[in-house]
Write a protein that binds this ligand. Structure first.
Ligand SMILES: [Ca+2]
Ligand SMILES: [Ca+2]
Length: 167
């Protein structure tokens, strides 16, 4: 083994490692599931956790599209009107939405026109909506967290760094 590794090699190794980690973090790696039960937002969080997943987070347009495609392919989808809980809320601070599973602020957002409206001062939980007659196609609404009988979307939890490097 040489006593010193050329700097160029180190740079290449760092770049290669970075690219590997990046690729395992891409949104396409997420697995989604829509359980067969309907629930309020709190129970939806609990249920996803109970099956080793988490309530879905959406951080960019591609992910919103991926979730929409998944929902469309499921038997819980109605092309007349569909809504599903997402993992975001403004329960911690009114008007500031964050993703419950990881505590991150909602930066990318895809609200329906006029939403979030915090209707009656009691809407704090996010849902994905598909109601074509209202021109709402995979956009978001805030709704009352205790609204029952709502389907919801779970996603696989992010793997930690060690697991990612193992592949
Ligand atoms: Ca609110
Ligand atoms: Ca609303």
């Amino acid at each position: 083994m040489p006593k010193t590794i050329p700097c160029k090699s180190i740079v290449l190794i760092v770049i290669w490692t970075f690219l590997q980690v990046q690729s395992t973090l891409s949104s396409t790696d997420k697995e989604y599931e829509i359980p067969s039960i309907r629930a309020n937002w709190f129970k939806a969080n609990e249920f996803c956790n109970s099956i080793g997943m988490q309530l879905v987070t959406i951080t960019n347009r591609d992910e919103n599209d991926a979730v929409a495609r998944f929902v469309q392919g499921s038997d819980k989808f109605s092309d007349v009107a569909s809504s599903f809980w997402l993992g975001g809320s403004d329960l911690a601070e009114e008007g500031t939405f964050s993703w419950m599973p990881n505590g991150r602020l909602v930066r990318y957002a895809n609200w329906s026109p006029g939403e979030p409206n915090n209707n009656n001062g009691t809407e704090h939980c996010m849902q994905l909506v598909y109601i074509p007659r209202f021109e709402q196609r995979w956009t978001w609404n805030d709704n009352e967290c205790r609204t029952k009988y709502m389907y919801f979307i779970c996603e696989s939890k992010p793997r930690d760094c060690v697991e990612q490097l193992k592949g």
